[in-house]
Design a protein around this ligand. Sequence first.
Ligand code: HEM
Length: 307
Amino acid sequence: MGWPYIGETLQLYSQDPNLFFFTKQKRYGEIFKSNILGCPCVMLTSPEAARFVLVTHSHLFKPTYPKSKERLIGPSALFFHQGQYHMLLRKLVQRSLSLDSLKNLVPKIEALALSSMDNWAHHHNNNAHVVNTFKEMKRFSFDVGILTIFGYLDPHLKEELKKNYWIVDTGYNSFPSTIPRTQYQKALLARKKLGKILCEIICERKEKKLVDRDLLSCLLNWKGEGGETLNDDQIADNIIGVLFAAQDTTASVMTWIVKYLHDEPKLLQSVKAEQKAIQKSNEEDNLTLSWNQTRNMPITYKVYLYT
Ligand code: HEM
């Protein structure tokens, strides 16, 4: 368990985290104790153990996060709460991802995917540099996240959000030092700027009184039975929280899909053929990808399920 309070934090942060976990796992097995960032922890390294905690026995566990991470996301984000407030936010996030909202997003997500692919082809043709799949998938899932959260967003504000979000993202897993100019402190500053930009967007939206179905509208337009509403900080913390929850997770899945397809050339050919047939029929009729078409991609869907 290491030193008091500091525990094994320095060991984890001073080496490749994979090596830290590998050494522990070899010595103590798939479940072991540690103390990281001031939190006594039980580390799980097997899918079965993770399933036990997250699925079959989730009622026995209460989700908590180190304070240093809570400060970067925002203390009012749903992850840090239980009870009524948590249920309310969960309901509002789910509402913003309703079937109707998702159906409307399909052509816009297709446009983002096409523009990303153009970008990669451009890099490739110019021999500019090797494309890092995970980083590119993170960029793509960030853009989809912004679209789902805000609907349309002024490109200047989007750039400002992106710039500061990456600094927070980079600092999230860095050592939470109090020394100025460290990655963690830079991330805290960027988080403050993110809060300001989001307040600007929220004020603008309030003036416009839109009744869209994106996450921002769902959070802004919620009114409790007694007329209570969410304040700007609660809205901002939850927007950053959802962006964070959606981004790395989906980017990892998409990266694994690319890897598996690369390792299985025959399967890759079948997926390509399925996608090209849809693309061809849409090009002939000058159409964009539709929701129904996304429901009718049996080979692609199997790859997604497998991953
Ligand atoms: C393959 C992709 C994804 C994976 C593997 C994944 C995984 C997880 C896991 C394991 C949790 C539980 C975390 C905990 O209890 O500490 C969680 C929570 C959550 N995820 Fe995801 N997630 C994915 C995609 C997304 C997306 C796209 C969104 C966008 C809305 C999202 C939003 C959330 C939210 C809001 C929570 C908190 C739920 C609550 O506290 O009730 N996730 N996710």
